[in-house]
Design a protein around this ligand. Structure first.
Ligand code: HEC
Length: 274
C-alpha cells in the first residue's frame, strides 16, 4: 500500500512538472534578434520595422517614394479617426487614453484566460456603442485600428508574458509559427526565418522580426487595408493550408508570440507593403 501511495504521489509530481510550461520569452527574443543579426549584419535593429524594405535595397526606393508622396493608407487613417469619433469609441474604457492604447496589445486577460487583441477590443467597443457587428479583416476595423495605432508611433513594443496562462498561450502561438502544415509541408519560420532574404516567386521573404510594427497595413495587392490576421490567412493559403478565422484563438496566440519577438522595436505609421 505504501508503495502504491508513493507511486501515485510521484506521478502527481511528474504531471505537475509537465504542466508548468517552460517559457523564456526574453531568451527566445534574443535568439531571434541574434539570428537575423547574423544573416543581415548591416541591418540596424530599428530598421526591422520596414520589413522586406530593410533587407532589399531595390524595393526600398519605391517604398520611400510612396512614403514621400501621399501614401495610400493616409486617407484610411483619417477616415478611421472620423469613425472613431462618430461611434463615440472614446467612451470605451480601453480607448479613453489613446496615447497608451495600442502599446497594451496583445495581452493575456486573466479573467477570460484568452489573448486579447486591439482588433478584438475595437469590435467589442463598436458593438457596445452601436449594437452592430464589425467585419474582422478589412474596411472599418482596419481604419479604426490604424488610427489608434498611429497614436503610438515611436513607442516601443513591450509585450508581457508573465502568468502561467499567458505562458501557455505564448507556447501555443510559438508552436503554431514553427509547425509544418499544408500541402507544401512548410512552417511560417521556413519562409520568414530560415529563408529570409531569398526569393519566393516575385517576392523577397521578409524577416519575422518587425512583422507586427506597422499593422494594419495598406497593401497594393489588396488595393486596400488589411489586419495582421488577414495576412496570416493569405500566407496560410500560400502554404496550401486552410486559413483559420481572423481573431481565432490560434491566431491570437500566434500574435502574442509574433509581437513579443518584436519587443523593443518601435510602432511605425508607415503602413505600406506591396
Ligand atoms: C512560402 C513562403 C511563406 C510562408 C511559409 C509564409 N509566408 Fe508570410 N509572406 C510570404 C511572402 C512572399 C510575403 C510578402 C513578402 C514579405 O513581406 O515577406 C509574406 C508576408 C508576410 C507578412 C507581412 C510582412 C510585412 O512586413 O508586412 C506577414 C505578417 C506574414 N507573411 C506572416 C506569415 C505567417 C504568420 C506565416 C505562417 C502561418 C507565414 N507568413 C508563412 C511568404 C510566406
Amino acid at each position: 500500500m505504501k508503495k502504491l501511495i508513493t507511486i501515485v504521489l510521484g506521478l502527481g509530481l511528474m504531471i505537475g512538472a509537465a504542466s508548468a510550461v517552460e517559457v523564456d520569452v526574453e531568451a527566445d527574443r534574443k535568439a531571434f534578434v541574434k539570428y537575423f543579426n547574423n544573416v543581415f549584419p548591416n541591418v540596424e535593429f530599428a530598421d526591422y520595422t520596414n520589413g522586406v524594405y530593410a533587407i532589399d535595397e531595390g524595393s526600398r526606393e519605391q517604398f520611400e517614394d510612396i512614403l514621400d508622396g501621399i501614401p495610400p493608407y493616409e486617407e484610411n487613417v483619417e477616415k478611421g479617426e472620423a469613425e472613431f469619433e462618430k461611434y463615440g469609441m472614446g467612451d470605451c474604457a480601453e480607448f479613453k487614453d489613446l496615447s497608451t492604447a495600442r502599446i497594451n496589445y496583445p495581452y493575456f486577460d486573466e479573467k477570460s484566460q484568452q489573448v486579447v487583441t486591439l482588433e478584438g477590443d475595437i469590435k467589442k467597443c463598436y458593438n457596445q456603442q452601436t449594437g452592430k457587428k464589425m467585419a474582422n479583416m478589412k474596411g472599418r476595423i482596419t481604419r479604426i485600428s490604424a488610427y489608434i495605432s498611429n497614436q503610438a508611433a515611436g513607442q516601443k513594443i513591450n509585450v508581457k508574458v508573465e502568468s502561467e496562462g499567458a505562458k501557455k498561450a505564448y507556447a501555443k502561438g510559438k508552436a503554431f509559427f514553427y509547425a509544418k502544415r499544408g500541402q507544401f509541408n512548410m512552417s511560417c519560420a521556413d519562409c520568414h526565418v530560415y529563408n529570409t532574404g531569398k526569393k519566393a516567386r516575385a517576392d523577397i521573404l521578409s524577416p519575422a522580426l518587425g512583422h507586427t510594427t506597422h499593422v494594419p497595413m495598406y497593401r497594393a495587392k489588396w488595393a486596400g487595408m488589411g489586419t495582421l490576421h488577414r495576412r496570416y490567412g493569405g500566407c496560410l493559403k500560400n502554404m496550401r493550408a486552410k486559413p483559420l478565422f481572423a481573431q481565432s484563438e490560434e491566431y491570437r496566440n500566434m500574435e502574442l508570440f509574433h509581437q513579443a519577438m518584436s519587443n523593443g522595436l518601435e510602432i511605425t505609421d508607415a503602413r505600406y507593403r506591396k
